[in-house]
Design a protein around this ligand. Structure first.
Ligand SMILES: [Zn+2]
Ligand SMILES: [Zn+2]
Length: 301
């Protein structure tokens, strides 16, 4: 079995200097884990790369989740190399209509507005987001699964459900290796649901080689522990700063600073991140919400 990591750069307007690692597995079948963002340059880049690796057919494109930087080139590659595209059923709505990837913000709209963000501010970000979304090329055909098991030569590849970053995030495991998408990124990772994320990180620790989609790869168990500690530090920080009560917007500012994110997809991430921390702390009885203020009831975890 041969595993090749290919790094697909982000087009500049979507995140300068960033990239998605995708993984090609060659073993009787040809499997590509994720695809990276679509652009004219990236199409040429991936085509040349696959040619170099002597690949003329791809059997499967396995998506770790339904985010653009993972499925962007899927439609193009399916056309050129004939791959079947597979995704976990809880993320399939994003491939049907990418507006579903941002419905989280509609569901939490009240919380965001009463948290101190103006309707204009949020709708400006959302409009930018929607104009980005309208340019996206969704894969024309794909299949959704709940559990995936593929026999490839003498190896077995299995999907492992790792919700937290998105509901339908998965890792693909072979032996002691796992291709883990965005569940764990060195430093920090964007989350929708904190409790699920923490559970998913536990599952990653069973593997010796953890191949994420961004930044350092592979990650080790100790990198996962560092990430857990980072999350705990964030929770502790929130408990401290909300001692006398604080609005959502002020908490976000305190943690992330005044930095304005030009990329609309990024602009909403800090808000989502802080809300997921707060909802977890509320469930656990560490903070309460009084009107528009979040107030910690304990100073430490
Ligand atoms: Zn993602
Ligand atoms: Zn990603």
């Amino acid at each position: 079995m041969m595993i090749t990591s290919i790094t697909i750069p982000f087009p500049e307007h979507l995140g300068k200097g960033e990239a998605t690692h995708i993984y090609l597995i060659k073993n009787e079948k040809i499997i590509l884990i994720d695809t990276g963002l679509d652009s004219k340059e990236n199409r040429i880049f991936i085509k040349n790369k696959l040619k170099e690796l002597d690949i003329s057919v791809i059997d499967y494109i396995l998506l770790t989740h339904g985010h653009l930087d993972h499925f962007g080139l899927a439609d193009y590659l399916q056309n050129e190399f004939g791959a079947e595209i597979l995704i976990h059923k809880l993320d399939k709505d994003k491939l049907e209509d990418y507006r579903n990837a941002i419905k989280w913000f509609d569901e939490n709209y009240e919380l965001i507005i009463e948290g101190g963000y103006s309707k204009e501010e949020i709708s400006e970000i959302k409009n930018k987001l929607i104009s980005t979304i309208e340019m996206i090329k969704l894969p024309r055909s794909f299949k959704a699964y709940e559990n995936l098991r593929l026999v490839i030569g003498e190896k077995v590849l299995t999907s492992i459900h790792l919700p937290g970053h998105t509901q339908g995030s998965v890792g693909y495991s072979i032996d002691d290796k796992i291709f883990s998408g965005d569940v764990a990124i060195e430093g920090s990772t964007a989350i929708e649901n904190f409790r699920k994320e923490i559970n998913s990180l536990q599952k990653l620790k069973f593997f010796n080689y953890i191949y994420p989609s961004h930044r350092k790869t592979p990650l080790t168990r100790s990198d996962i522990e560092k990430l857990e500690n980072h999350f705990i530090d964030r929770l502790e920080e929130i408990l401290k700063i909300t001692k006398n009560g604080m609005k959502l917007k002020d908490i976000v500012r305190k943690i992330y600073g005044e930095k304005i994110y030009e990329n609309p997809i990024r602009a909403l991430i800090p808000i989502r991140q802080v809300i997921s921390y707060l909802l977890y702390l509320e469930e656990e009885g560490y903070v309460i919400k009084k009107g528009y203020l979040w107030i910690s009831t304990k100073e430490t975890l």
